[in-house]
Design a protein around this ligand. Structure first.
Ligand code: ADP
Length: 316
Protein backbone atom coordinates (compact mmCIF):
# COMPACT_ATOMS: atom_id res chain seq x y z
CA UNK A 1 0.00 0.00 0.00
CA UNK A 2 1.19 3.50 -0.75
CA UNK A 3 2.72 5.43 2.05
CA UNK A 4 0.52 8.42 2.29
CA UNK A 5 0.44 11.65 1.07
CA UNK A 6 -1.48 13.07 3.94
CA UNK A 7 -3.17 16.43 3.93
CA UNK A 8 -0.06 17.52 5.77
CA UNK A 9 1.96 17.24 2.60
CA UNK A 10 0.13 20.39 1.62
CA UNK A 11 1.88 21.97 4.59
CA UNK A 12 5.28 20.92 3.32
CA UNK A 13 6.12 24.50 2.54
CA UNK A 14 5.37 25.48 6.15
CA UNK A 15 8.16 25.41 8.68
CA UNK A 16 7.78 22.30 10.81
CA UNK A 17 9.67 21.86 14.09
CA UNK A 18 12.17 19.03 13.67
CA UNK A 19 12.81 18.06 17.28
CA UNK A 20 10.89 17.95 20.56
CA UNK A 21 12.94 20.97 21.70
CA UNK A 22 11.62 23.07 18.81
CA UNK A 23 8.03 22.02 19.50
CA UNK A 24 6.36 25.07 21.03
CA UNK A 25 3.87 24.66 23.89
CA UNK A 26 2.29 21.34 24.97
CA UNK A 27 5.03 21.27 27.62
CA UNK A 28 3.66 18.33 29.63
CA UNK A 29 3.23 16.19 26.54
CA UNK A 30 6.76 16.94 25.36
CA UNK A 31 8.20 16.25 28.85
CA UNK A 32 6.37 12.93 29.15
CA UNK A 33 7.51 11.85 25.69
CA UNK A 34 11.08 12.90 26.33
CA UNK A 35 11.15 10.90 29.58
CA UNK A 36 9.69 7.80 27.89
CA UNK A 37 12.16 8.06 24.98
CA UNK A 38 15.18 8.51 27.21
CA UNK A 39 14.19 5.59 29.48
CA UNK A 40 13.57 3.33 26.47
CA UNK A 41 16.92 4.35 24.94
CA UNK A 42 18.74 3.59 28.21
CA UNK A 43 17.15 0.16 28.37
CA UNK A 44 17.61 -0.47 24.64
CA UNK A 45 13.90 -1.11 24.05
CA UNK A 46 11.15 0.49 21.96
CA UNK A 47 8.85 3.07 23.56
CA UNK A 48 5.23 2.10 23.96
CA UNK A 49 2.72 2.94 21.22
CA UNK A 50 1.47 6.54 21.19
CA UNK A 51 -2.02 8.02 20.73
CA UNK A 52 -2.32 11.72 19.87
CA UNK A 53 -5.73 13.37 19.93
CA UNK A 54 -6.91 16.92 19.31
CA UNK A 55 -8.32 19.28 16.68
CA UNK A 56 -6.67 19.65 13.24
CA UNK A 57 -3.55 21.78 12.85
CA UNK A 58 -2.33 21.54 16.46
CA UNK A 59 0.80 19.53 15.75
CA UNK A 60 -0.04 15.80 15.88
CA UNK A 61 1.86 14.99 12.67
CA UNK A 62 4.70 17.32 13.62
CA UNK A 63 4.99 15.59 16.99
CA UNK A 64 4.93 12.11 15.42
CA UNK A 65 7.76 13.08 13.08
CA UNK A 66 9.76 14.63 15.95
CA UNK A 67 9.33 11.44 18.02
CA UNK A 68 10.63 9.30 15.14
CA UNK A 69 13.58 11.63 14.70
CA UNK A 70 14.42 11.53 18.43
CA UNK A 71 14.28 7.75 18.27
CA UNK A 72 16.40 7.68 15.11
CA UNK A 73 13.78 5.50 13.37
CA UNK A 74 12.24 5.86 9.91
CA UNK A 75 8.59 6.92 9.87
CA UNK A 76 5.98 5.66 7.41
CA UNK A 77 2.70 7.56 7.30
CA UNK A 78 -0.79 6.43 6.38
CA UNK A 79 -4.31 7.79 6.57
CA UNK A 80 -6.82 5.71 8.51
CA UNK A 81 -9.16 5.67 5.50
CA UNK A 82 -6.52 3.74 3.50
CA UNK A 83 -7.18 0.69 5.68
CA UNK A 84 -10.42 -0.77 4.39
CA UNK A 85 -9.51 -4.45 4.91
CA UNK A 86 -7.62 -6.54 7.49
CA UNK A 87 -5.17 -7.65 4.76
CA UNK A 88 -4.02 -4.06 4.24
CA UNK A 89 -3.21 -3.61 7.93
CA UNK A 90 -1.46 -6.98 8.10
CA UNK A 91 0.71 -6.12 5.09
CA UNK A 92 1.87 -2.87 6.68
CA UNK A 93 2.52 -4.47 10.08
CA UNK A 94 4.47 -7.40 8.57
CA UNK A 95 6.97 -4.89 7.14
CA UNK A 96 6.89 -2.56 10.13
CA UNK A 97 9.89 -3.89 12.00
CA UNK A 98 12.13 -1.11 13.34
CA UNK A 99 9.84 1.60 12.02
CA UNK A 100 7.47 4.20 13.39
CA UNK A 101 4.12 3.56 11.74
CA UNK A 102 2.06 6.76 11.81
CA UNK A 103 -1.67 6.43 11.14
CA UNK A 104 -3.42 9.77 10.95
CA UNK A 105 -7.20 9.93 11.44
CA UNK A 106 -7.04 6.41 12.87
CA UNK A 107 -10.80 6.52 13.59
CA UNK A 108 -11.33 6.03 9.83
CA UNK A 109 -9.67 2.57 9.84
CA UNK A 110 -12.42 0.03 9.04
CA UNK A 111 -13.75 -1.94 11.99
CA UNK A 112 -12.31 -5.29 10.82
CA UNK A 113 -8.92 -3.73 10.03
CA UNK A 114 -8.86 -2.09 13.45
CA UNK A 115 -9.44 -5.51 15.05
CA UNK A 116 -6.22 -6.81 13.43
CA UNK A 117 -4.33 -3.72 14.51
CA UNK A 118 -5.62 -4.05 18.06
CA UNK A 119 -4.71 -7.73 18.27
CA UNK A 120 -1.19 -7.04 17.01
CA UNK A 121 -0.75 -4.33 19.64
CA UNK A 122 -1.88 -6.83 22.27
CA UNK A 123 0.16 -9.91 21.42
CA UNK A 124 2.59 -8.92 18.65
CA UNK A 125 1.05 -11.48 16.27
CA UNK A 126 0.02 -10.64 12.70
CA UNK A 127 -1.76 -12.80 10.09
CA UNK A 128 0.55 -13.95 7.27
CA UNK A 129 -0.57 -14.35 3.64
CA UNK A 130 -2.21 -17.70 4.46
CA UNK A 131 -4.06 -16.15 7.36
CA UNK A 132 -1.91 -17.96 9.96
CA UNK A 133 -0.66 -15.84 12.87
CA UNK A 134 3.04 -15.06 12.98
CA UNK A 135 5.14 -13.06 15.40
CA UNK A 136 5.87 -9.66 13.88
CA UNK A 137 8.95 -7.50 14.41
CA UNK A 138 8.85 -4.67 16.95
CA UNK A 139 7.48 -1.38 15.66
CA UNK A 140 6.03 1.75 17.21
CA UNK A 141 2.52 2.78 16.26
CA UNK A 142 1.70 6.47 16.54
CA UNK A 143 -2.04 6.85 16.02
CA UNK A 144 -3.61 10.29 15.70
CA UNK A 145 -7.23 11.38 15.59
CA UNK A 146 -9.35 14.48 15.69
CA UNK A 147 -12.25 12.35 16.87
CA UNK A 148 -11.22 9.98 19.70
CA UNK A 149 -14.87 9.25 20.58
CA UNK A 150 -15.08 7.17 17.42
CA UNK A 151 -12.35 4.79 18.60
CA UNK A 152 -13.49 1.64 20.42
CA UNK A 153 -12.66 1.95 24.12
CA UNK A 154 -10.37 -1.09 24.34
CA UNK A 155 -8.29 0.27 21.43
CA UNK A 156 -8.05 3.69 23.03
CA UNK A 157 -7.12 2.27 26.39
CA UNK A 158 -4.34 0.19 24.83
CA UNK A 159 -2.12 3.29 24.67
CA UNK A 160 -0.25 4.15 27.84
CA UNK A 161 1.32 7.12 26.04
CA UNK A 162 -1.87 9.00 25.20
CA UNK A 163 -1.89 12.78 24.82
CA UNK A 164 -4.52 15.36 24.00
CA UNK A 165 -3.25 18.47 22.25
CA UNK A 166 -5.17 21.58 23.13
CA UNK A 167 -5.58 24.98 21.47
CA UNK A 168 -2.53 27.26 21.79
CA UNK A 169 -2.40 30.54 23.68
CA UNK A 170 -1.76 33.76 21.77
CA UNK A 171 1.69 33.91 23.38
CA UNK A 172 2.59 30.44 22.06
CA UNK A 173 1.28 31.29 18.59
CA UNK A 174 3.35 34.49 18.64
CA UNK A 175 6.44 32.35 19.41
CA UNK A 176 5.56 30.05 16.49
CA UNK A 177 5.15 33.00 14.09
CA UNK A 178 8.46 34.37 15.33
CA UNK A 179 10.11 31.00 14.73
CA UNK A 180 8.51 30.53 11.29
CA UNK A 181 9.19 34.00 9.87
CA UNK A 182 12.97 33.74 9.34
CA UNK A 183 12.57 30.21 7.92
CA UNK A 184 10.17 31.70 5.36
CA UNK A 185 12.62 34.54 4.71
CA UNK A 186 10.32 37.14 6.30
CA UNK A 187 10.74 39.93 8.79
CA UNK A 188 7.65 40.60 10.88
CA UNK A 189 6.80 43.71 12.93
CA UNK A 190 5.88 42.87 16.53
CA UNK A 191 2.39 44.36 16.04
CA UNK A 192 1.88 42.05 13.05
CA UNK A 193 2.97 39.03 15.09
CA UNK A 194 0.41 39.98 17.75
CA UNK A 195 -2.37 40.35 15.18
CA UNK A 196 -1.63 37.01 13.51
CA UNK A 197 -1.39 35.25 16.89
CA UNK A 198 -4.71 36.81 17.96
CA UNK A 199 -6.69 35.78 14.89
CA UNK A 200 -5.25 32.27 14.42
CA UNK A 201 -7.98 30.61 16.53
CA UNK A 202 -5.42 28.89 18.75
CA UNK A 203 -4.19 26.82 15.77
CA UNK A 204 -0.49 26.84 14.70
CA UNK A 205 -1.30 25.73 11.14
CA UNK A 206 -3.57 28.76 10.73
CA UNK A 207 -0.93 31.08 12.20
CA UNK A 208 1.58 29.84 9.63
CA UNK A 209 -0.98 30.02 6.80
CA UNK A 210 -1.88 33.61 7.74
CA UNK A 211 1.80 34.55 7.82
CA UNK A 212 2.28 33.01 4.39
CA UNK A 213 -0.77 34.70 2.88
CA UNK A 214 0.22 38.06 4.40
CA UNK A 215 3.57 37.63 2.67
CA UNK A 216 1.69 37.69 -0.67
CA UNK A 217 1.11 41.39 -0.07
CA UNK A 218 4.54 42.23 1.35
CA UNK A 219 7.19 44.40 -0.22
CA UNK A 220 10.75 43.21 0.43
CA UNK A 221 9.37 40.33 2.52
CA UNK A 222 8.49 42.70 5.38
CA UNK A 223 5.24 41.87 7.20
CA UNK A 224 4.19 45.29 8.47
CA UNK A 225 0.78 46.15 10.01
CA UNK A 226 -0.56 47.58 6.69
CA UNK A 227 0.47 44.34 4.94
CA UNK A 228 -1.46 42.24 7.48
CA UNK A 229 -4.41 44.63 7.16
CA UNK A 230 -4.38 44.20 3.38
CA UNK A 231 -4.43 40.41 3.84
CA UNK A 232 -7.30 40.64 6.34
CA UNK A 233 -9.40 42.92 4.13
CA UNK A 234 -8.79 40.82 1.03
CA UNK A 235 -9.75 37.60 2.77
CA UNK A 236 -12.65 39.17 4.72
CA UNK A 237 -11.19 38.33 8.12
CA UNK A 238 -11.79 40.56 11.14
CA UNK A 239 -8.76 41.76 13.05
CA UNK A 240 -10.11 41.23 16.57
CA UNK A 241 -11.06 37.55 16.59
CA UNK A 242 -10.18 36.27 13.12
CA UNK A 243 -13.84 35.78 12.18
CA UNK A 244 -14.25 35.19 8.46
CA UNK A 245 -17.25 35.76 6.19
CA UNK A 246 -18.84 32.43 7.10
CA UNK A 247 -18.56 33.13 10.84
CA UNK A 248 -20.01 36.61 10.54
CA UNK A 249 -22.75 35.33 8.19
CA UNK A 250 -23.65 32.78 10.81
CA UNK A 251 -23.78 35.29 13.65
CA UNK A 252 -25.78 37.76 11.56
CA UNK A 253 -28.27 35.06 10.55
CA UNK A 254 -28.69 34.06 14.19
CA UNK A 255 -29.43 37.66 15.09
CA UNK A 256 -32.00 37.98 12.27
CA UNK A 257 -33.65 34.75 13.41
CA UNK A 258 -34.34 36.40 16.78
CA UNK A 259 -31.18 35.26 18.57
CA UNK A 260 -32.11 31.57 18.85
CA UNK A 261 -32.26 28.90 16.12
CA UNK A 262 -31.71 25.19 15.57
CA UNK A 263 -28.56 24.22 13.71
CA UNK A 264 -30.63 23.02 10.72
CA UNK A 265 -32.54 26.28 10.39
CA UNK A 266 -29.33 28.23 10.78
CA UNK A 267 -27.58 26.10 8.16
CA UNK A 268 -30.36 26.43 5.60
CA UNK A 269 -30.58 30.20 6.21
CA UNK A 270 -26.97 30.68 5.20
CA UNK A 271 -26.95 27.83 2.64
CA UNK A 272 -24.37 25.75 4.46
CA UNK A 273 -24.14 22.13 5.48
CA UNK A 274 -25.19 21.69 9.18
CA UNK A 275 -22.09 19.50 9.74
CA UNK A 276 -19.75 22.22 8.53
CA UNK A 277 -21.32 24.54 11.08
CA UNK A 278 -21.28 22.14 14.01
CA UNK A 279 -17.84 20.61 13.38
CA UNK A 280 -15.90 23.38 11.72
CA UNK A 281 -17.43 26.67 12.86
CA UNK A 282 -19.31 26.35 16.09
CA UNK A 283 -16.46 25.23 18.38
CA UNK A 284 -14.56 28.49 17.92
CA UNK A 285 -17.68 30.66 18.34
CA UNK A 286 -18.49 28.72 21.53
CA UNK A 287 -14.93 29.15 22.81
CA UNK A 288 -15.14 32.89 22.23
CA UNK A 289 -18.49 32.98 24.02
CA UNK A 290 -20.26 34.51 21.00
CA UNK A 291 -22.86 31.75 20.88
CA UNK A 292 -24.08 29.22 23.40
CA UNK A 293 -26.01 25.98 23.14
CA UNK A 294 -29.40 25.25 24.64
CA UNK A 295 -32.12 22.66 24.17
CA UNK A 296 -33.84 25.16 21.84
CA UNK A 297 -30.78 25.43 19.61
CA UNK A 298 -27.99 27.96 19.28
CA UNK A 299 -28.22 31.28 21.10
CA UNK A 300 -26.49 34.53 20.23
CA UNK A 301 -24.91 35.75 23.49
CA UNK A 302 -24.73 39.46 24.48
CA UNK A 303 -21.01 39.33 23.55
CA UNK A 304 -21.98 37.88 20.15
CA UNK A 305 -24.50 40.72 19.63
CA UNK A 306 -21.86 43.26 20.52
CA UNK A 307 -19.38 41.77 18.05
CA UNK A 308 -21.97 41.77 15.25
CA UNK A 309 -22.86 45.39 16.05
CA UNK A 310 -19.18 46.33 15.90
CA UNK A 311 -18.56 44.47 12.62
CA UNK A 312 -21.64 46.02 10.99
CA UNK A 313 -20.50 49.47 12.13
CA UNK A 314 -17.03 48.94 10.68
CA UNK A 315 -18.52 47.68 7.38
CA UNK A 316 -20.85 50.69 6.95
P1 ADP B 1 -2.08 18.11 12.87
O1 ADP B 1 -1.36 16.84 12.49
O2 ADP B 1 -2.49 18.13 14.32
O3 ADP B 1 -3.23 18.44 11.95
P2 ADP B 1 0.38 19.40 12.04
O4 ADP B 1 1.40 18.64 12.82
O5 ADP B 1 0.25 19.05 10.59
O6 ADP B 1 -1.05 19.33 12.76
O7 ADP B 1 0.71 20.95 12.23
C1 ADP B 1 0.34 21.91 11.26
C2 ADP B 1 1.42 22.94 11.10
O8 ADP B 1 1.45 23.75 12.29
C3 ADP B 1 2.84 22.36 10.97
O9 ADP B 1 3.23 22.28 9.63
C4 ADP B 1 3.69 23.34 11.70
O10 ADP B 1 4.07 24.34 10.77
C5 ADP B 1 2.78 24.01 12.70
N1 ADP B 1 2.92 23.53 14.08
C6 ADP B 1 2.09 22.65 14.71
N2 ADP B 1 2.44 22.50 15.99
C7 ADP B 1 3.50 23.28 16.20
C8 ADP B 1 4.32 23.57 17.36
N3 ADP B 1 4.05 23.02 18.55
N4 ADP B 1 5.34 24.40 17.23
C9 ADP B 1 5.58 24.99 16.03
N5 ADP B 1 4.84 24.79 14.91
C10 ADP B 1 3.81 23.95 14.98
Amino acid sequence: MNVVTTQHQQDRSLPRPQTLDEFINQRHTVEALRAAISKANQRGIMIDHVLLTGPPGLGKTTLAEAIARELGLPIVSYLGSQFTSPAQVSAVLRYGQGKVIFIDEVHAVSYKALEVLYRTLEDGMVPNLDGRLEKCGAFILIAATTDPQRLPNPFRQRFSLSFHLDYYSEASLATIVNQSAPIMGLTVASESIETIARIARGVPRLANHFLKRSADFAVDNAITPPVVQKFLTTYGIDSSYGLDRLDTGLLTALKRLGGTASIDVLASTIGENPKVISIDREPYLLRLGLVSRSSRGRILTPKGEQVIYQLEKEAS
